[in-house]
Write a protein that binds this ligand. Sequence first.
Ligand code: M6R
Length: 609
Amino acid sequence: MCGIIGYVGEQQAADVIVDGLRRLEYRGYDSAGVAVVNGGIHLRRAVGKLRNLAKSLATEPIEGSLGIGHTRWATHGRPTEPNAHPHVVGRVAVVHNGIIENHLALKAELQAAGHVFASETDTEIFSHLIDRALSQGCTLEEAVRAATAEVEGAYAIAVLDVEQRDRVVVAKQQSPLILGVGQGETFCASDIPAILSHTRDVVFLEDGDMAVLTREGFEISRFETGESIERPVTRVQWSAVAAEKGGYKHFMLKEIHEQSRAITDTIRGRVSLEQGDVFIEELGLSADDLRSMRRIIIIACGTSWHAGLVGKHYIEQATRIPVEVDLASEFRYRDPIVDERTLILAISQSGETADTLAALKEAQRRGARAAAVVNVIGSSIARTASNVLYTHAGPEIGVASTKAFTTQMTALYLIAVRFGRLLGTLDADRARVLLRALVEVPGEVSRAIELNAGIREVAHRFQHVTSALYLGRGLLHPIALEGALKLKEISYIHAEGYAAGEMKHGPIALIDEHTPTVIAAPRGPSFDKTCSNLQEIAARHGPVIVVGDEGDEQLESLADALLPVPKTTPWTAPLVTVIPMQLLAYHLADLKGTDIDQPRNLAKSVTVE
Ligand code: M6R
């Protein structure tokens, strides 16, 4: 995880860097640091949130227009000041995102040669290797290249040399890194929002790339061969404002409210109600391609995995092709049965999740055709998959995923209809019905948010609970899992999501008057069965919070609290039913005063395994 940034230009580098780190803080926030070259290397680091570093810099500013910065999520070594980046050794300062796998062997070798280490980090290896090469007469570029030849693992690094004061040198291997191209200034960063307030022109580096950044621009080469290489400059359409809180108390709340827009953008230009079809040529699959597939495997982690579980229902119903949904972290370690007749669908908001990326590559190695549903344009998963369908959620900053989830489900809905139409398993009339329901969803999501304006009162009543159960059936089972995940990750309240039908097989033992159950029960095919669960819980004095149809008197009479949603269809119910669950988790966390956008121990992009 971690976020890195580098700057060379005319502005005060420390200001640009701290501003960028603020937008990267979602990647890690246990310490931060900055190094600026001005005469010598000026280093400032602070443990804890970025505000501690910002405060220190405000009290005692560092001047200079060439610098690098880092926000850390500890992998090697505790979150202490000596372990915070940048790591300065001799002439060089280095920031790093990733993990050096052979760091123990390299450290032993360097120590035997007399190098003294000041931190417990793997990153410091880079500083020693680069400084050693510089002292042997290499240029900074050559020294970075020499270091990459020795290091194994994942890294995005940015490096300064006190004697070459016009440049930052960067290298990328399996960790994200982009360049930003401005007027008389050049940036590097782990993610686009870090530089959006300065430029929207970005270059996505590939694994094996290194680059020299100067005020005038950048030069990219392959670090193994030294060969120069061109990479295109892409204009990113996200505006800087999209990555701001916009008056909301938290990014998460803002992002919950953005879902109607995000779903609209994901559907926009892709649906024809007239033809009862979907246009997603970017997935690059023909009817023959699909007919040759024996099965589809969805791979993802966390919330994206929950979206995959919903997608399984959609795709199986529309195509009758069997769909498996695998946790990416499990997939590649179980010798999966995958061949050229397997279609892999990787789902990821960030496009950088290490497990999903590795599983995708493993499936490709075994001959599978691989497509991806991704939010971040140009991210590693987007570039690795043969074809990508982008969700248009815009930047998601809150660590707890919300709009990425609903847009992923929307994308999978579109894929299911498209595949069904291609295969002929879905006729135009049925597709029209499904698509009409889908285009109603943005309005229904807005209505669900309006209807739950009073949800904070419900949160007040339950704010002291220490454990909760979430239940749902069929398409709503993944929504129960997602509701439980949202609650635990931001409020730290223990929560379990279960298929409602499984309740009697164990979880019912947890029910007592202190353990509320949140049940997804809009009217639909399994409504009566879910109502029976509800009565069984009430009979055991368990408080019941029901997410159900607006105005459903039967539910109102049975539940301790009804979180209403507008009436919708079975396929669109997951998209609408999740809204009150997101809001409930948000308000419970806010009442507890937790750090909602940056919950403890978590990071937005899990770029380590
Ligand atoms: O960026 P990705 O969608 O690949 O991320 C996967 C998970 O790390 C992510 O969904 C995580 O579970 C979120 N914190 C959930 O809110």
